[in-house]
Design a protein around this ligand. Sequence first.
Ligand SMILES: Nc1nc2c(ncn2[C@@H]2O[C@H](COP(=O)(O)OP(=O)(O)OP(=O)(O)O)[C@@H](O)[C@H]2O)c(=O)[nH]1
Ligand SMILES: [Mg+2]
Length: 144
Amino acid sequence: MAIVSRKKNEIQCKVVYYGPGRGGKTTNLITIHKAVASKVRGQLISIHTAGDRTIFFDFMPMDLGAVKNMNIKISVYTVPGQVIYNDTRKVVLRGVDGIVFVADSLEISKRTISKACRIFKTTYGIWADNLRMCRSYCSTTSVI
Ligand SMILES: Nc1nc2c(ncn2[C@@H]2O[C@H](COP(=O)(O)OP(=O)(O)OP(=O)(O)O)[C@@H](O)[C@H]2O)c(=O)[nH]1
Ligand SMILES: [Mg+2]
């Protein structure tokens, strides 16, 4: 749920990149960080294992400036995709406003994605129907 502060004239939202391991979540965030203007992006914090797998989360704050006198701030996170980090995913997903579901289009079928969404809904108790969600398909044979 977005946090609205009338005192600070600020709206704070949380967006989480979610999906199976090695689907491209961290890569998406790194690409966005490179692409957006330096006055918009904050520092990208990434905690990796030796094999470049996310072990806790990646985080990037963004300041989109003012819309009708309200400053829009977005905190973007990725979850670790590996199955063993279920509890970490729960923590990162707390208070989320929007989800970007990232999956490798070569590894995962449409049916598997629907299943992943269902598991996501039941495991984390998030009403995905009421949540803004977009899907991003990456192909490991395409050039980044
Ligand atoms: N060719 C290609 N490689 C990609 C693409 N997206 C990600 N990769 C590669 O796929 C591997 C995994 O990408 P990550 O971004 O670390 O995946 P992740 O979803 O963050 O993985 P976890 O942190 O384990 O959940 C890396 O070696 C990336 O360079 C893509 O669109 N095309
Ligand atoms: Mg990652």
